[in-house]
Design a protein around this ligand. Structure first.
Ligand SMILES: CSC[C@@H](O)[C@@H](O)C(=O)COP(=O)(O)O
Length: 320
């Protein structure tokens, strides 16, 4: 299953707004449709957004091949469809760099972005499973937040890919997926993926995570990132920071799994990152709400960052 792909001249995605009730594939033919899918979270998760950005430019290149001004407007709109995951603008810019060579060259580059994410997922699964085994020993109980599986990448995923690899090695005792308010990426999507993989799991409300850690029911927290800054600060789904604090207090590892395409050494720290505000409608119809979609976990709460090429032991002073 590929979450996002280029099929017969259009972008095909699994519509993540419909899961787990319905497995629906959407075909996106225009940049407008693609941007709407990104903004509604029909396609979401940092690696998948990078691929969406690149395919979006491939769509634009077909329509506007003889109109450079329209092309650059389209590229800017794609890049800024969501602000926080560095992958989106990166994927779009990689494909856009090929625009002078024509639409086929742009599409070929977009397919490379897709293929690299598939390879990165496989590499992270191996590196991450080795590290969890080293830090936690046999049969750890893991807590994960948001959705970092194949749905958030192209296949396999980041942190959830590590979970899957540990399961395949027979090393996993169980998983707690925090529900991830307000759009329930954990309760809807992670739970759906874990069920498909046959992995035993339970869903916890977000605020239960630190308490479950304090009660000794979690051996490590493992999750993904939308951006990792030069100093090691981790930008990820709102609720991540609270889980990092809980892990530190409980004395258990806090592991971040993300491809190199999410590492942004051009941004010194989390303070410089735009945190998406998704407005109040997603939270409540009864009163005004503040709805930041991501938060910043300071590097000094992070044990290690696992990418497709390296393990960065932040706890030992290593930095991206
Ligand atoms: C492998 S996905 C890593 C992150 O992108 C993920 O944890 C996350 O925060 C996704 O947020 P979302 O708002 O669902 O796109």
């Amino acid at each position: 299953m590929r979450t996002i792909d280029w099929v017969n001249g259009a972008v095909e995605i699994i519509d993540q707004t419909a899961l787990p009730n319905e497995e629906r594939v959407l075909r996106l033919h225009t940049v407008g449709e693609l941007i709407a899918a990104i903004q509604s979270l029909a396609v979401r998760g940092a690696p998948a957004l990078g691929v969406a950005g690149a395919f979006g430019v491939a769509l634009a290149a077909r329509v506007h091949s003889d109109d450079p001004a329209a092309l650059s407007v389209a590229v800017r709109k794609i890049e800024s469809a969501r602000p926080t995951a560095v992958n989106l603008a990166r994927g779009a810019r990689r494909a856009a760099a090929l625009l002078p060579h024509g639409p086929e060259a742009v599409l070929a580059e977009a397919c490379r972005v897709r293929d690299e994410e598939i390879e990165a997922s496989a590499a992270m699964a191996r590196l991450g499973a080795d590290l969890v085994a080293e830090l936690c020993g046999n049969r750890p109980r893991l807590l994960t937040h948001c959705n970092t599986g194949g749905l958030a990448a192209v296949t396999i995923g980041t942190a959830l890919g590590v979970v899957g690899e540990l399961h395949q090695r027979g090393l996993l005792a169980g998983v707690i997926a925090s529900e991830t308010r307000p759009l329930l990426q954990g309760a809807r999507l992670t739970s759906w993926e874990l069920t498909r993989w046959g992995i035993e799991h339970r869903v916890a409300v977000d605020s239960a995570g630190p308490f479950l850690m304090a009660r000794g029911e979690v051996d490590a927290v493992i999750l993904g990132a939308d951006r990792i800054c030069a100093n090691g600060d981790v930008i990820n789904k709102i609720g991540t920071y609270a889980h990092a604090l809980g892990a530190r207090r409980a004395g258990i590892p806090f592991l971040v799994v993300a491809p190199e395409s999410t590492v942004d050494v051009g941004t010194p720290s989390g303070a410089q990152v735009e945190i998406e505000d998704r407005g109040s409608a997603e939270v409540t119809a009864w009163s005004e709400a503040v709805n930041p979609a991501f938060d910043i976990t300071p590097y000094d709460l992070v044990t290690a960052i696992v990418t497709d090429r390296r393990v960065i032991r932040v706890d030992r002073g290593e930095r991206p």
